[in-house]
Design a protein. Structure first.
Length: 317
């Protein structure tokens, strides 16, 4: 676990400073070239920089023992981070779409739209694409070397790749605009970057939306994926049979890389607390080898089914 955290920390540190450089470069290029697409790219990198700082701190806390203040540990911090990061990215993309829409509206209503300067875009696009590819490779290598159990590294790898795709698409499209001169599309060259921004947003906004939907389900306490639940239930059932207990059911939640498993069993006989502790320890070992980092609670009960929901009655009834 300590080695995995160190791998994660080094990858996030490298990404933090790389994104800071790309944020300044993107905003500077947007100012020099008068391009909204470059501004979006720079703001995206700025979000990645701030996110890397938060991710490194959260990653260091995930898996720490529970405390009185945090009785379930800090594992949900990771889910909160990914959720709010997705929301911020969605917000930036919506902001970019509004800015581009205003530019297009200004153009068609006879307003003045600043002419693009293509020189800075060439240098920026090539440099940023190379950095993004290197970052994505570094994040994925760290994700693989740490056992493929870090949602932070997985999220950052996707973000770096998406940033690279954004830079490639925006740069290539912008640099192709001068070739439209002398064609029927020549009058629309001034709003070319605004159109490109909207197209890119439509192409990439699905990713933060999908991530937000998944993490929202984790925060809402939705059951872990079917495959994970089946593995946990099977391990608990086999161990219960081995120890002579009756297995009722398993409740499995997932918070980032951590799994929360509650096992309901009926020993069917008098047992010592030490025996339940032994059952819990053996099950924890099996689950961590099967589904990854896990926190296990064993509930001794004679009820095999979920309790029926009780209707909420008015206070004056």
């Amino acid at each position: 676990m300590a080695d995995n955290r160190e791998i994660e920390r080094k990858a996030l540190t490298a990404g933090k400073w790389a994104n800071l450089f790309m944020a300044f470069a993107g905003i500077l290029t947007a100012w020099l070239s008068r391009s909204d697409a470059m501004l979006v790219d720079g703001l995206y990198s700025a979000v990645n920089f701030v996110s890397a700082i938060a991710a490194s701190r959260i990653g260091a806390r995930v898996g720490l023992p529970p405390t009185r203040k945090r009785p379930w540990g800090h594992d949900f911090d990771e889910v909160l981070y990914v959720t709010f990061r997705s929301l911020i990215l969605i917000g930036i993309l919506i902001f970019a779409a509004i800015v581009s829409g205003i530019k297009i509206w200004t153009f068609f209503t006879g307003g003045t739209v600043p002419e693009l300067v293509f020189g800075p875009i060439v240098f920026y696009s090539v440099t940023i694409v190379l950095i993004c590819l290197a970052l994505a490779f570094n994040y994925y290598r760290a994700y693989r070397n740490s056992g493929k159990r870090s949602p932070l590294l997985k999220t950052e790898a996707r973000a770096a790749m998406m940033d690279g795709v954004l830079s490639v698409g925006a740069g290539a499209a912008l640099l192709s605009l001068p070739f439209l001169e002398g064609t029927p599309l020549a009058p629309y060259v001034p709003i070319g970057d605004a159109v490109i921004v909207i197209v890119l947003i439509l192409a990439i906004i699905w990713q933060p939306l999908a991530t937000f939907r998944k993490t929202l389900a984790d925060l809402a306490g939705v059951s872990a994926p079917k495959g994970t639940h089946s593995k946990a239930a099977r391990a608990a059932r086999d161990l219960a049979l081995e120890m002579g207990y009756r297995f009722h059911r398993a409740a499995v939640l997932q918070a980032g890389r951590m799994h929360y498993v509650a096992i309901y069993v009926d020993p069917g006989k008098a047992v010592l607390a030490e025996e339940i502790d032994e059952f819990q320890s053996k099950l924890l070992e099996k689950l961590e080898a099967t589904i990854g980092p896990t926190r296990v609670e064993v509930i001794v009960t004679a009820r095999g089914a979920l309790p029926a929901p009780q209707p909420l009655l008015p206070k004056n009834s």
